[in-house]
Each structure stands twice: as structure tokens, then as C-alpha cells.
Design a binder for this molecule. Structure first.
Ligand code: ADP
Length: 193
């Protein structure tokens, strides 16, 4: 299974992705987390991403795509994975489709977690990550509206988009996503690898 968790910063993608990964026994890939780790370790990817992450801007598509393809080519990810924070632009979505197709698989479902904007800002300020200052949060929300929301249309056209109300506690939202995946029989899709 390849599931994409979608939604604005602060909707709880990371938390929900981890719960799904644990439930289905597949890895969770967060590009934001991968970049934060790379920045901390001062790796080549980190050096290329730092400028953007600190400002709440998107890391260039070719850098993101390269790091994701590296993960998706490694054994644990061939069984399937939960993608969190990727794809975030149309070129990223197209690159992901082309890449998975070469491996003989495809995105099974895109789950859009929806949360009201004032609640999003409240949650992000509580979280207090280095890129969670109010100015950078606003920048990330604007980038989301301008560059990431169009990706929803792309998946809607493919008939893969599903939405979940994220204005509830963690367990309730998890349960809603599980029900949803069950209703479209994605919870038992064996990977073709
Ligand atoms: P949030 O969803 O709260 O914005 P993330 O951890 O997903 O947090 O992302 C943090 C930062 O990492 C983003 O602001 C951006 O700079 C970078 N990033 C993460 N994923 C991508 C991506 N797919 N494309 C470009 N930049 C990304």
C-alpha cells in the first residue's frame, strides 16, 4: 500500500501517519522530518534544504524528489509506505507517479485531513518547533494554499482523493481514517513488489 496523507501544516499528518504505519506495518516517510534530520547531521541534503526549511519555503522539487526516491527504493519501503508531507507540488506528484509506475505500483489513496485555520495556528504554536514561529507558520500556510492545494485536484481527477474531518482528538481521527481506508479496501492491498 502507498498512502499519501495530505493537509495543511498542523493538521496532524505526522501523528496520523505514524499511527497508520504502526497499524499496517509499513514505514512512515515524512519529508519534513527527513530534512530536519539532514540539517542536523549537516549532510549534503541538509545543506541544500536548510535555507528553505528555516523560511517556511518549499525545498526545490528536484531535491525533494531525489530524497524520496532514495527512500522508496530501499527494501522496507518496497512493502508500502505512508507518505507525509509529500508530494506538495504538482511536479512532485507527477514524479511520484512516474517513479512508482517504474516499480509496478501506484498511490492507492490520498487522505486529506481538514482542520479549521485558527485551530491549526493554535496547534502549531503549541508544538514550538524551530520553524513554528508565527511568521514562519503564516508563510507555510500561504505556501500550502498557493502551491500545495493544486495537488488535490490532480488526485481528485484520478479518483484517489478522500477527505477526513481532523477537528477531533487523535484516536477519533485515526479511527476515521482507518474506516475510510477499509471502505475503499485499501487497508489490505498487498504491495505488488
Ligand atoms: P509542516 O507540514 O508543519 O509544514 P513538515 O515537517 O511537513 O511540516 O515540513 C517542514 C518544512 O520542510 C516545510 O516548510 C518545507 O520547507 C520542507 N518540506 C517538507 N516536505 C517538503 C516537500 N514535499 N517539498 C518541499 N519542501 C518540503
Amino acid at each position: 500500500m502507498v498512502i499519501v496523507l495530505f493537509g495543511a501544516p498542523g493538521v496532524g499528518k505526522g501523528t496520523q501517519a505514524q499511527l497508520l504505519a504502526d497499524r499496517y506495518g509499513v514505514p512512515h516517510l515524512s519529508t519534513g522530518e527527513a530534512f530536519r534530520r539532514a540539517i542536523q547531521e549537516n549532510s549534503e541534503f541538509g545543506a541544500r534544504a536548510r535555507h528553505y526549511v528555516e523560511r517556511g519555503l518549499l525545498v526545490p522539487d528536484e531535491v525533494v524528489t531525489a530524497i524520496v526516491e532514495q527512500f522508496l527504493s530501499s527494501p522496507p519501503y518496497l512493502q508500502g509506505c505512508i507518505l507525509d508531507g509529500f508530494p506538495r507540488t504538482l511536479p512532485q506528484a507527477q514524479a511520484l507517479d512516474a517513479f512508482l509506475q517504474r516499480q509496478g505500483r501506484a498511490v492507492d489513496a490520498v487522505v486529506n485531513i481538514m482542520v479549521a485555520e485558527d485551530e491549526i495556528i493554535r496547534r502549531l504554536l503549541l508544538r514550538g518547533r524551530p520553524d513554528d514561529s508565527e511568521a514562519v507558520i503564516r508563510q507555510r500556510l500561504q505556501v500550502y494554499a498557493e502551491q500545495t492545494q493544486p495537488v488535490l485536484d490532480y488526485y481528485a481527477q484520478q479518483g484517489k482523493l478522500r477527505s477526513v474531518d481532523g477537528n477531533a482528538d487523535i484516536e477519533t481521527v485515526h479511527h476515521r481514517i482507518v474506516q475510510l481506508l477499509r471502505s475503499i479496501s485499501v487497508d489490505n492491498v498487498p504491495s505488488s513488489q
